[in-house]
Structure formats: C-alpha cells, structure tokens
Design a protein around this ligand. Structure first.
Ligand code: ZN
Ligand code: FE
Ligand code: FE
Length: 263
C-alpha cells in the first residue's frame, strides 16, 4: 500500500478529528505512512477555510501529539498551499517556516474571489461556459506547476468538480501542465476525493495519467481526508487507474526529497 499525504486537521474549520485518529485509521488500513497537509495560512485574512498564521504552532503540536500516540508510525509534515499568481513570495516564506517533508500546490481560486470547488459558487460555475472555466483553471494550474515551488500539485483536474467539461479531446488542457511538471521536476497526486464530490470521479482523468506517464512525471496517491474515516479511502481503484496508465511506482517524501516506492 502507498502513503496518504493529503489529510486535513480541524484548524482549517472544515475538517474533523484529531490527527492521532487519522493515524490510527491509517494503521488499521495498512498504510506504510501518512502526512498532513492542511490549508495554508495567507499573509492577511483571506477566507474562512484555512489555518491562520497564529494556528501554525498548534498545527505542529497536533502532529507531534499524533506521533506520540502512534509510536513508530511515520507521520510527515506537509502543507496544502493555495497557488495564486503573484503570491509566489509568500509560498517561499512559508517554505522557510518549518522543516516540511513536502509542499502541495493547489489551484482552488480562479480569481481571488472565486474558489472553483466552493459549492456556494456553483451558480457562477454553471453560468460560465465550460471552455472559459477550463481555460481559467488550467492556465493557473500551469503557472502553479511551472513555479517549481511545490513537491507535487493537488487534484489536477479539480475544475470538473461540478461536471462542466468542454467538448472534444481534453488533452489540450492537460499538456501544458504536464510539460511544466516535466520541465521543473514536479509531480502530481491522484486524489480520491473526487469520488465523494458531485462529479463522482477520481482526479485526474485517465487521459491525464497516460500523458503524464509518457512524460515521465511521477505521482502520489492521496485521499484528501477531512475526517479520519476517509484516510486511504478508495486507494484500490486509484492504484488500479495508475497501473492502467502504466505507472509502476509512487513516491515517498522526506525533507522535500522524494524516493520512489513500488506500486
Ligand atoms: Zn479542505
Ligand atoms: Fe484542495
Ligand atoms: Fe485538501
């Protein structure tokens, strides 16, 4: 089984359970290790679904408590960072704030006032032509990947969350992001949370995986758990999808170094 490197804590205000409960669930499901990656603080108050900078000491403490309660079980320290064009310096500052094992780069915001995955804006999502929606999302995703600031990018085709999809071959959207990852030595995650969203599909689509595989871009497999029961959820279909695309390994992270792990 592979690690699960994408799980949240109550500090982001929309996840529940102590990190130790996530760790217990991971042990129960036979995962070799886990890592937390809660939503990153912003330099100023930005929205209500992330840690504040003042919460960071508690974040480290919660993870330390989980390590103490599950001796010998590896628990890594990560962060899910919102990528917004122009915020690169802030990510560099965050990167220096702790001995991170990895940083995840995520595009949730299409504009500074529109998180594409927020159900509160589903009307805006549905009113936007799919081609426009996808162009906005994928150009931000390309910049995120191209920035080289992150160890891997999250949920690559998150924009499909409420079902919008332009007509025709979608590889034209995937290719620039995959090229950016290949050029910068990046990676991405298969994220099973999509199965729990209206689209009911794993992120990303098989075609993305096939292109990434042929470009030699590695992947990890994560649950994006927001409660302990979601740890390692749907890893079997995710692993099968990775194998179908030709992948034979995933990754482990330590101090922002990656190590291949057989799939
Ligand atoms: Zn979240
Ligand atoms: Fe996310
Ligand atoms: Fe997440």
């Amino acid at each position: 089984m592979n690690p699960d490197y994408h799980m949240h804590t109550p500090l982001c205000h929309h996840a529940t359970g102590h990190p130790a409960d996530y760790a217990q669930e991971a042990i129960r499901k036979g995962l070799p290790e886990i890592g937390f990656a809660d939503h990153n603080p912003m330099p100023a108050r930005f929205d209500d679904w992330r840690m504040g900078i003042e919460d960071m000491p508690r974040y480290f403490e919660l993870i330390e408590e989980a390590r103490e309660m599950t001796p010998g079980f590896p628990i890594r320290l990560g962060l899910e960072c919102d990528y917004l064009p122009g915020h690169e310096d802030w990510i560099t500052k965050l990167a220096a704030m702790a001995p991170w094992d990895y940083l995840i780069g995520s595009v949730h915001y299409l504009t500074p006032d529109w998180a594409v995955d927020n159900p509160a804006y589903v009307g805006r999502y549905e009113a936007c032509p799919p081609g426009e929606l996808w162009s906005m999302y994928w150009s931000a995703a390309e910049r995120c990947a191209r920035s080289g600031l992150f160890d891997f990018i999250a949920h690559p085709d998150l924009v499909k969350i409420f079902g919008a999809r332009p007509a025709g071959d979608l590889n034209r959207y995937y290719e620039p992001v995959i090229a950016a990852l290949a050029d910068t030595g990046g990676a991405f995650e298969i994220n099973t949370a999509g199965l729990r969203k209206p689209v009911r599909e794993i992120y990303p689509a098989l075609d993305f995986l096939k292109l990434a595989r042929s470009a030699g871009v590695p992947l990890v497999i994560n649950s994006d758990a927001h409660m302990p029961g979601q740890v390692g959820m749907d890893f079997e279909p995710a692993r099968a999808l990775a194998r179908e695309a030709g992948y034979t390994s995933t990754l482990q992270f330590r101090s922002r170094e990656r190590i291949a792990l057989p799939l």
